[in-house]
Design a protein around this ligand. Structure first.
Ligand code: NDP
Length: 500
């Protein structure tokens, strides 16, 4: 008998994880739940697959990753529709998300050899008789734990780079998006059928915890800060290195010389798309006094035009995780109770499974709506004296993921001063699609980087080799050195480094 499920709430039924649409409750798929032994077995199979995959070399992996990229590009609509069926995200947004992921697969595949491959580096005078060699070798099996809000681009930020670096991957998708995770592994297996180089293990949080303890050589985690701490604690038991991509509370700063139409358009997009369920989404806005009123009016005018619902025309879909609705409600209610005003939406905007666009002003800076990750289609907008005050307030939280600055003369300088891993000037979020740039946070937003050269190096161990190319003029590292030679070494070092 098939049970009736609360829409969007994943349940385990007969050993299977059942994934449902957050608005309609329609089943999106069911998948066998792994236990700790299953996870360990997957990692053991992955270790064998990793040896084969590493043995293909950069050229072999590049060819296969580019084939996978082509397959996903050709089935773009299929995956966007699956993202919609499972998480409620509008299909257009799923297409945009997958486009960014395709870009990353392409870039990682094409650049892995340049960034990670063997190379000579310069020797120094004191060890001139040795040549120096550097390469980045794969870890083996990397465990990837992903969230539900961007079920393609977020895990692929780790998976594509880990694969390009020569690792096998065991991926634990969020319990809210197992079907998308399975689709990624199935399509990869279509182009790499020989070995299980990319595997998926399904289940609830305990399966993620089991993956941390399964003997993987590295864990790449994307999710909330609270879970990130648990992942680190589990990995600490075995000194397993971790990459933590955690939450954020990104700010936008609007300076006096900003193009207000462009700023308002980007603010509404950056804050409200994907119903605000974006780690690098804009949640707080600081606009300088001379432009505040005009900017706010433009934001409200645009935000109130957005369509909310589940149909093909909807721009704001349902909240994927039903429990998040109470957090969004608490933030809005608390903001209003503490003197904030809703210039659009407000407490009545929370109509499960939807939250309608809500713009809050005059919210105290210590309110939950300003300090905590809301993850809903809400924005707080605050009037500030000048850009300096905006930077101080933007930097006042423990989070530090991305950020956005609108302005002309001072915009780049302000972007540099934001305490964050990324910033966008006269746009929002755009850094996530720029595969040449690293992506990651500071503070409570995590550490380590995906994307770009740094993202490839994150999945390779630096291997350093020195090779003798001649006899030592100053033999230091041998018991056979003479007192005279040691004296010569000391005089040489003084001559080289003793001045200045
Ligand atoms: P969670 O932290 O709840 O879950 C993330 C993943 O961790 C899920 O697969 C989850 O499994 C798994 N997990 C849960 N408990 C454990 C555990 N004890 N050990 C190991 N793994 C565990 O985050 P959400 O899925 O709710 O994702 C939203 C969060 O992700 C937001 O905070 C958002 O800001 C952040 N995020 C960060 C990004 C970045 O790049 N910095 C990008 C996208 C999102 P299960 O779902 O089964 O519980």
């Amino acid at each position: 008998m098939t049970a009736v499920h609360a829409p969007g709430v994943p349940v385990i039924e007969d050993g299977e994880l059942v994934s449902t649409h957050p608005a309609t409750g329609a089943e999106a798929g069911r998948f066998a739940v792994a236990d700790a032994d299953d996870v360990r077995r997957s990692v053991a199979r992955g270790a064998e697959a990793a040896r084969w995959w590493a043995g293909l070399g950069h050229a072999g992996r590049r060819q296969r990753l580019l084939r996978w990229r082509a397959l996903i590009a050709n089935r773009l609509t299929e995956i966007a529709e699956l993202i919609n069926r499972e998480g409620g995200k509008p299909v257009a947004d799923g297409i945009v998300e997958t486009t960014a992921a395709i870009e990353h697969i392409d870039w990682a595949a094409r650049n892995a050899r340049r960034v990670l491959g063997p190379r000579r580096v310069r020797s120094r005078l004191v060890l001139a008789e040795f040549s120096a060699h550097l390469e980045y070798q794969p870890y083996g099996v990397v465990g990837v734990i992903g969230p539900w809000n961007y079920p393609v681009v977020t895990p692929l930020g780790s998976i594509a780079y880990a694969l390009a670096a020569g690792n096998a991957v065991v991926f634990k998708p969020s319990e809210y998006t197992p079907a998308v995770g399975q689709w990624l592994a199935d399509t990869f297996a279509e182009v790499v059928p020989e070995h299980p180089v990319l595997q998926v293990v399904h289940g609830l949080g305990d399966v993620g915890a089991a993956l941390c303890r399964s003997g993987v050589a590295k864990v790449a985690f994307t999710g909330s800060t609270a879970t990130g701490k648990k992942v680190m604690a589990a990995c600490a038991e075995t000194l397993t290195p971790v990459l933590i991509e955690a939450g954020g509370k990104d700010a936008m700063i609007v300076d006096a010389d900003a193009n207000l139409d462009a700023a308002a358009e980007a603010c509404v997009w950056g804050g409200l798309m994907n119903a605000g369920q974006t780690c690098i989404g804009i949640e707080r806005v600081y606009a300088v006094e001379p432009v505040y009123d005009a900017f706010l009016a433009k934001v409200v005018e645009r935000a109130q035009r957005l369509t909310v619902g589940d149909g093909p025309e909807a721009q704001i879909g349902p909240i994927t995780m039903p429990s998040q609705i109470e957090i969004i409600r608490r933030h809005i209610d608390d903001a209003v109770a503490r003197g904030g005003r809703a210039v659009l939406g407000g407490p009545d905007a929370v109509r499960p499974p939807y939250v309608h666009p809500t713009i809050l002003v005059d919210v105290p800076e210590d309110a939950a709506a300003v300090r905590e990750e809301t993850f809903g289609p809400t924005l707080t907008v605050k009037k500030v004296r000048d850009a300096d005050e905006a930077v101080t307030l933007a930097n006042a939280l423990p989070y530090g993921l991305g950020g956005s600055v609108f302005g002309r003369r001072r915009a780049m300088a302000i972007a540099r001063r934001l305490r964050s891993g990324m910033a966008a000037v006269n746009s929002t979020i755009t850094f996530v699609g720029m595969s040449t740039l690293p992506f990651g946070g500071v503070g409570d937003s995590g550490f380590g980087r995906i994307h770009g050269d740094d993202g490839l190096r994150e999945f390779g161990r630096a291997k350093a080799i020195t090779k003798r190319r001649g006899p030592s003029l100053l033999p230091a590292m041998t018991f056979e050195r003479t007192p005279k030679q040691v004296g010569l070494i000391a005089r040489t070092i003084k001559m080289l480094y003793g001045r200045g």
